[in-house]
Design a protein around this ligand. Structure first.
Ligand code: G3P
Ligand code: CA
Length: 269
């Protein structure tokens, strides 16, 4: 289960370039690609009519001008909402909401994001996080793999070759993915380290560890254990310069950040 990456550290745009542009919008992902991010992170949820959309929260209230749970809304309902203007009301000065660029701030489907990546003109990897997979009893993973299949991305020759990886806090979700597509790389996200995994092991079949920056700050030796066990280490969400230095010093494999441009600069890239 070894797919240890040679450095440089991969810089992953968390929800797109989400410090500067509204998270999970086409605007944020275009910006991340422009900024030179190696990979894009996105969360996916199922709409009431079975579409995978890139939305972090269970409800759309925080990031749009609408209300309600994604799972209770159809894609057509979501398409009427504006996922951008909340950001221009935010204190961020770098992003200007232009109502004429409607697609840039509409709800983003995973399908549209895959098209963007396919048209990027360079290799841009995608880290897709399944949200609340237990609620849907396998449907999130099933739809995800079907969609990846349409783009020829569901069955890479090897995990190391794959431009797409699937992340989750749920080992069960990753297990479903691996059962259907054994070569697709999977990332086990961790907010804390459960006692049975303290020696650096991950749930069966998972190759990549996704510890939070808080874990890395508090237990840097854990990163060494993960690496010694043959795992890549992808750390989220790393926004502070001192944390970037910490991750670089520990030679992690990927830094997931809201500020891809700043992190690339800090890493002299
Ligand atoms: O990249 C992993 C990270 O995104 C997990 O936390 O809440 O931002 O989805 P969250
Ligand atoms: Ca996420």
């Amino acid at each position: 289960m070894t797919h240890v990456r040679q450095h440089p550290i991969q810089v992953v745009a968390h929800r797109g370039a989400s410090e500067e542009a509204p998270e999970h919008t086409l605007a944020a992902y275009k910006k991340a690609i422009e900024d030179g991010a190696d990979a894009l992170e996105c969360d996916v949820r199922l709409t009431a009519d079975g579409h995978l959309v890139c939305v972090h929260d269970r409800r759309v209230n925080r990031t749009s001008n609408g209300r309600g749970a994604v799972s209770a809304l159809e894609l057509a309902d979501l398409a009427t909402l504006d996922f951008g203007s909340w950001k221009s009301r935010d204190e961020e000065p770098d992003w200007e909401h232009r109502p004429e660029d409607r697609e840039d701030t509409s709800v983003l489907t995973l399908e549209r994001l895959l098209e963007l990546v396919a048209d990027a003109g360079r290799r841009v990897e995608l880290a897709v996080e399944t949200k609340h997979p237990t609620r849907w009893a396998g449907q999130v993973e099933e739809r995800l793999l079907l969609l990846l299949k349409r783009f020829g991305l569901d069955a890479p020759e090897s995990a190391a070759e794959s431009p797409v990886r699937i992340m989750s806090f749920s080992a069960r979700s990753l297990h479903r993915v691996r059962a259907a597509s054994p070569t697709l790389p999977t990332v086990y996200l961790m907010q804390f380290v459960s006692p049975r995994l303290r020696d650096g092991r991950l749930p069966a079949g998972v190759g990549i560890a996704g510890p939070s920056i808080r874990i890395v700050r508090n237990h840097p030796a854990y990163v060494e254990r993960l690496k010694a066990a043959g795992h890549q280490v992808h750390v989220w969400t790393v926004n502070e310069p001192q944390d970037v230095d910490l991750c670089a010093g520990l030679r992690v494999d990927a830094i997931i950040t809201n500020r891809p441009r700043a992190v690339l600069r800090q890493l002299d890239r």
